[in-house]
Design a protein around this ligand. Structure first.
Ligand SMILES: Cc1ncc(COP(=O)(O)O)c(C=O)c1O
Length: 427
């Protein structure tokens, strides 16, 4: 196949007719496939079946003298705090263990910032006029939706191969209305980027104008390598503390993609002062999270070393999914020069950049052919991709055969929309 960029008008027209026929064939097959969300597949869920029986008797319901079935111990069972502390390389007193979703803890943090203010807030965020939040983009759509739902002004910050563009961040934080920043520092959603040590250092040593500027360090993919060994990662809490910013960062993670996304446990880690402050506020809304599930996880996952062994098993299942998508894109799309994409070694996504102005149209065609993808633009603040280019591919959920079909359809749709675009610009 030749580059579309070098084709004359007649060849482009012929090619488009051919692609249309191929796509018609696919549409007739009534396919229904979902590559929209980073959900583990069935084979991955089966890896944690031991969790279903790790606590089965009444006398197993104890963490030392604490009865996990009863009220109380809001910050989490000591053993569960120790497990997350081990995973994140922080101390147990810096960890608060929540329910099955770290996203809920993130939402809660922002919500409490609005209603009550954070530890160093001169006033709750609801009383601060315009609240601006830095959004490295492309990023996680649900982060941006939280910010949007509170009426913040979302400030896009470009992502570079080393993480967010720190020159832009350092400029914006001089503005006292900029109250925080979303970060997904390891295998970022969707680009799969690992922030460089230099980027992390610059974040830890920021001097924001707002006294309660908050870095939301969403380390959702902290142990999620699927290609190669575990990559050790700097502990942001101690780096911030070393730079006089003890209370500036809240780190989050969960077992959603270690055990079960619908029935895992999550955590928030920060300075002891922040954890004490948040625990007091949270105590008004809940007496304790599901400690029995915390205990099940502690007994099943044991410690970080054991978690990493389990993640190797996930990797064996996940790697072929990523390799399959990448090899189809390589053979079907690369020679045409109409898109480029990331080849991550961990996380849950491949981030594809289609020819500018074609992502929406590509996904519209995919939907017609029965393939659901994350909406175009979702990875940008307000759902607006300034280049209409980024497409997030989540290869984990479909079987390999379904994934092959879905990726082949995606390739046809990419070709279709690129050809339409080129024909429009070459009159
Ligand atoms: C970056 C990121 N953070 C958080 C989540 C959701 O985590 P949880 O299941 O713990 O709410 C996801 C899920 O895709 C994610 O990609």
């Amino acid at each position: 196949m030749n580059s579309y960029l070098e084709m004359d008008r007649t060849s482009l027209e012929n090619e488009l007719n051919e692609v249309k026929l191929l796509l018609e064939e696919k549409i007739k097959q009534n396919i229904k496939l979902d590559m929209s969300r980073g959900k583990p597949g069935k084979e991955q869920l089966l890896l944690s079946s031991g969790l279903l029986t790790s606590v089965s008797e009444a006398d197993q319901c104890f963490d030392g003298s604490i009865d996990a079935r009863n009220y109380g111990v809001l910050a989490g069972l000591p053993s569960a705090r120790a497990l997350f502390a081990d995973i994140l390389d922080v101390s147990p007193s810096q960890v608060f263990v929540g329910g099955n979703a770290s996203l809920q803890l993130m939402y809660d943090l922002i919500s409490k910032a609005y209603t009550h203010g954070l530890l160093h807030s001169p006033a709750p965020w609801a009383m601060r006029g315009t609240v601006r939040f830095l959004c490295p983009s492309p990023g996680y759509d649900r982060h941006f939706k939280i910010s949007q739902s509170f009426g913040m002004e979302l400030i896009p910050v470009s992502m570079t191969p080393l993480g967010p563009d720190m020159d832009t961040v350092e400029q914006w934080i001089k503005d006292p209305s900029v109250l925080g920043m979303w970060c997904c520092p390891k295998y970022s959603n969707p680009d799969g980027i690992i922030y460089s040590n230099e980027t992390i250092k610059r974040i830890a040593s920021l001097h924001p104008a707002a006294p309660d500027f908050t870095v939301i360090w969403d380390n959702a993919y902290c142990v999620h390598e699927f290609d190669g060994d575990y990559v050790p990662f700097p502990d942001i809490l101690s780096l911030c503390a070393e730079n006089g910013n003890r209370d500036m960062v809240y780190e989050f993670t969960s077992t959603s993609k270690i055990t079960f996304p619908g029935a895992g446990i999550s955590c928030m880690a920060s300075s002891e002062e922040n954890i004490d402050y948040m625990t007091k506020l949270i105590s008004v809304q809940i007496i304790s999270y599901d400690k029995l599930n915390q205990l099940r996880h502690v007994l099943f996952l044991k410690d970080k070393a054991h978690v990493l062994e389990l993640m190797k098993k996930h990797a064996e299942v996940l790697r072929p999914h990523f390799e399959l998508v990448e090899s189809i894109l390589e053979s079907e799309i690369k020679p045409l020069e109409i898109a480029h994409w990331t080849n991550p070694k961990g996380g849950y996504f491949i981030s594809l950049y289609a020819m500018h102005g074609t992502a929406k149209r590509t996904l519209e065609l995919c939907a017609k052919a029965g393939v659901t993808m994350t909406g175009a633009g979702a990875t940008y603040p307000y759902g607006i991709d300034p280049f209409d280019s980024n497409i997030r591919i989540a290869p984990s959920l479909p079987s390999l055969e379904e994934l092959r079909q879905a990726t082949e359809i995606l390739c046809l749709c990419l070709r279709h929309s690129a050809l339409e675009q080129l024909l429009q610009t070459r009159m």
